[in-house]
Every structure is written in structure tokens, then in C-alpha cells.
Design a protein around this ligand. Structure first.
Ligand SMILES: C[S@@+](CC[C@H](N)C(=O)[O-])C[C@H]1O[C@@H](n2cnc3c(N)ncnc32)[C@H](O)[C@@H]1O
Length: 239
């Protein structure tokens, strides 16, 4: 698929000379981010900072799929971006419906196009808008899981030794937790690898496990996921 985007702000960079200098490190990682990059992936400049690399997105999709209660058949990706996670969730085949919410229309165009490249664009229901409004339509539906990879507040989040989730911009942990647990108990948040675990632990339920998984690439953690609600990860029994 090589139809050109033809819209300002949406790019299909196929040669290093075209690629913005300040993003150069992503050029060298492009096939680690998208295995099918050269089949015509569309990106915005901002999307490079936030897209979930394909191997990690696949691993997360597998973990959510295996551990979510079986009666959960619908998953909502609240911050779909250019489609990294939504595509992986749709490809997993675990869900009857995958919804992808994104407020930026150009980013959404990229996501739809990228999903076509991966052959799953018809398996995803696309909702352009603010997820905190749009998600209201799922209230009362008992079969839903929410996945959310929010913005982390620019590129500086990595410099803190421990990342303060009360200061995450534009939406902090409390806002995300309260907004999404109104919809369902099962909420997965994709957060910076240095996130303050004590702040996360405050949202744990009495007597219940709260699962946190690091996702690594090339020997280093890239991010972590917090699994709120009744996810069932097999626990190794002590001898
Ligand atoms: C970190 S990126 C998501 C990346 C995505 N997981 C991927 O792999 O492409 C966060 C996205 O959330 C979008 N966004 C920010 N606030 C939003 C909101 N209130 N509702 C919906 N989308 C929002 C941004 O435009 C951005 O594309």
C-alpha cells in the first residue's frame, strides 16, 4: 500500500533525507516500531514520541487477552494515537469488538490507514473525539475492558528518577483512574517505566493483587502497564 497521505502534518517518510532531523533516532528504530513500516505506514511528527512499538503492543495484547475475565468481549483503546495498540488488540483475535478513540483527526487518519496495512481496519470501530466524553457511551455495559496509553507530558518524563504520577500532564493518574473505572473495573494503564509504584499501590483493592508489568525492548524497560481489576495472571505456586 503506497497511497500518499496528501495532507499537511501526515507523513509517509520513506527516505532518511526527508526525515526531520530532531526525530532521527526514530528513523533507525522504525522497523522495531512498525514491522511493516515500508509498506507505507503514516505518522505525524508527535506520534513518534508516543507510539507503542509493535512487539510491546503484541505482548500487551496477549497479556490482556489471557488474563481478562472471559465474559469481557469488548476492549476500548481510549488514546488510540496512530494505532499501535489498537492494531495489536484487533490482531490478537480475542475481542468481539475493539473500539479506538482519538481526539486528533490527523492522528486518527494515520491509525485507520495503518490498520489497513495490518489488515484489521474493518475490525476496529473508530471514534474521533475526547475519550473522557466518548467513553460515557460504554457506561452500564458489563463486557468492557479499557486500555489507555495517555500522553506522559512531553519528552522530559524520562529524566526523573521516579516519575510523579500526580503531576503527569495533561491527565494525572487520579483523573485517569476515576474516569475509566466509572466504565469498568478492568482498566489497563500504560505508564512511564519510572512511575512511582507507591502512588499506583494506593489504588489497589483490600486483599487483592494489583499487577504491574514492565515491557522491555533491547534489554531495557520501555514502559509499564498497571492492571486494575480482576485480571487473572497465573501465579507460580510455591513448592
Ligand atoms: C501516547 S499517544 C497514544 C499512542 C498509541 N498507543 C499508539 O501506539 O499509537 C496519546 C494519544 O492520545 C491522544 N489524546 C490526548 N488527549 C486525548 C483525549 N482527551 N481523548 C482522546 N485522545 C486523546 C493524543 O492525540 C495522542 O495521539
Amino acid at each position: 500500500m503506497d497511497d500518499n497521505p496528501n495532507e499537511k502534518g501526515i507523513h509517509q517518510w520513506s527516505r532518511v533525507e526527508q526525515f526531520p532531523e530532531h526525530l532521527k533516532k526514530y528513523w533507525f528504530q522504525r522497523f522495531k516500531i512498525w514491522e511493516k513500516y515500508d509498506q507505507g505506514i503514516w505518522m505525524t511528527e508527535d506520534a513518534w514520541f508516543g507510539v507503542t512499538p509493535e512487539p510491546i503492543a503484541n505482548k500487551i495484547a496477549a497479556h490482556i487477552g489471557e488474563s481478562a475475565p472471559t465474559e469481557k468481549t469488548v476492549i476500548v483503546d481510549a488514546f488510540a494515537g496512530v494505532g499501535g495498540n489498537a492494531i495489536a488488540l484487533a490482531r490478537s483475535g480475542r475481542w468481539e469488538r475493539v473500539f479506538a478513540i482519538e481526539k486528533d483527526a490527523k492522528t486518527m487518519k494515520c491509525a485507520k490507514h495503518n490498520a489497513e496495512i495490518y489488515g484489521v481496519s474493518n475490525k476496529i470501530f473508530w471514534l474521533t473525539g475526547d475519550c473522557f466524553d466518548v467513553i460515557g457511551r460504554f457506561i452500564g455495559q458489563t463486557n468492557v475492558v479499557v486500555f489507555a496509553s495517555p500522553p506522559w507530558g512531553g519528552t522530559e518524563y524520562g529524566t526523573d528518577y521516579v516519575f510523579d504520577l500526580t503531576k503527569m500532564e495533561p491527565y494525572n493518574l487520579d483523573k485517569l483512574y476515576k474516569s475509566f473505572t466509572k466504565i469498568c473495573k478492568e482498566v489497563v494503564l500504560y505508564l512511564p517505566r519510572t512511575s512511582d509504584l507507591n502512588q499506583i499501590a494506593r489504588y489497589g483493592q483490600e486483599g487483592k493483587r494489583l499487577e504491574v508489568a514492565h515491557y522491555a525492548m533491547m534489554g531495557a524497560s520501555k514502559a509499564l502497564c498497571v492492571y486494575f481489576g480482576d485480571f487473572n495472571f497465573e501465579v507460580e505456586q510455591e513448592p
